[in-house]
Design a protein around this ligand. Structure first.
Ligand SMILES: Cc1cc2nc3c(=O)[nH]c(=O)nc-3n(C[C@H](O)[C@H](O)[C@H](O)COP(=O)(O)OP(=O)(O)OC[C@H]3O[C@@H](n4cnc5c(N)ncnc54)[C@H](O)[C@@H]3O)c2cc1C
Length: 293
């Protein structure tokens, strides 16, 4: 595997530097390309059998304390452009922060896209998660996407090649998103005001200044995970420095030097108590990756 010229290649890179929980062990190799060509070149040279894991901004990831074997690809610099296309379409690279997409749409008077402002990840992560908020979901507006496989081959895929559900998306195996084209409609009203109003609402309800991954569990059909956890008396419950947020019970906060093992233990405890009290099994929204220490 040759080291690219402008890209960043780091060995034993602590993933705690690249996750919103500020925890997680090292990636064997951490690769941050600066251009699409460097990304494709890197993939084409990659030896068979080396595991590859893609990240966006790590805002929905619990990386275990033993870290990630193989290569972690972080393409946010390389895939960071947003362009307006004819017919109220927007093309966004997978590395574009969702907040940038929301603001750009507001400026171009296109929408609905305000909900993207509340998602602290990339377009790639939002496509993988079908991220959503305030009644909007990422795939509502997707027209088509571009993907790449581990041989560096690029494909354009129609929306109907994916199975799209609440906070989960499945598509052609072994491909990652590199860009999406969204179909919006004209929204002449002041979108930036709506973005600001939604952000104020989130600030009031969520512990946004503290390290977390947002909602840990998906909402079970007909229920709010946060209400189930709160009514089970778990607000403030801690394992080590990992604590259930007092402000929003579906958030687990890293109050200092929490280990991933603390968070996993807390997740197990929450699930067991909610199951015992309410008879409901909570499914994870957060993705857990890597090895135990
Ligand atoms: C404070 C806070 C608030 C949040 N609020 C919300 C919310 O309101 N709604 C919501 O839906 N989520 C929310 N989240 C969760 C998170 O922001 C979203 O899930 C987001 O879409 C993750 O994007 P990311 O780029 O950080 O992805 P990561 O966390 O880096 O990765 C998430 C998953 O996507 C995969 N992935 C990343 N990039 C690609 C790619 N290019 N191609 C294929 N797979 C890829 C990763 O392998 C991983 O499996 C919140 C998180 C925080 C910290």
């Amino acid at each position: 595997m040759s080291i690219q010229q402008k890209s960043t290649v780091r060995r034993n890179e602590p993933m705690s530097k690249h996750t919103s929980w500020r925890l997680g062990g090292p990636a064997d190799i951490y690769f941050r390309p600066e251009t699409l060509d460097e990304l494709l070149g890197f993939l084409r040279e990659l030896e068979d059998g080396v595991p590859v894991y893609w990240t966006g901004l790590g805002s929905n990831l619990l990386v275990r304390d033993g870290g990630i074997r193989g290569v972690v690809i972080a393409p946010s610099n390389a895939l960071g452009s947003v362009d307006r296309l004819p017919g109220n379409r927007i093309e966004a690279g997978a590395g574009v922060p969702c907040t940038v997409l929301a603001r750009r749409c507001a400026r171009w008077q296109l929408g609905p896209a305000e909900f993207f402002a509340g998602i602290p990840g990339t377009v790639g992560g939002a496509l993988r998660m079908n991220a959503g908020a305030f009644g909007g979901e990422t795939w509502d507006r997707v027209a088509e996407v571009d993907t790449v496989n581990r041989r560096g081959e690029v494909f354009t895929r129609a929306k109907d090649e994916f199975e799209i559900a609440y906070r989960q998306v499945a598509g052609p195996a072994g491909e990652w998103f590199i860009a999406a084209r969204f179909q919006f409609t004209e929204q002449p009203e002041n979108g930036l005001d709506r973005v600001r109003a939604l952000m104020r609402e989130r600030q009031a309800k969520q512990p946004l200044g503290l390290p977390s991954c947002g909602s840990v569990f998906r909402n079970p059909q007909g229920f709010h995970a946060a209400q189930l956890i709160d009514s089970a008396g778990l607000k403030g419950f801690r394992v080590g420095a990992a604590a259930v947020s007092e402000k929003h019970a579906n958030f687990i906060i890293n109050t200092g030097d929490a280990a991933a093992a603390d968070v996993e233990e807390l997740i197990r405890h929450i699930r067991a108590v909610v199951e015992e009290r309410h008879g409901i099994h909570l499914e994870l929204e957060v993705h857990i990756v890597g090895e135990h220490a």
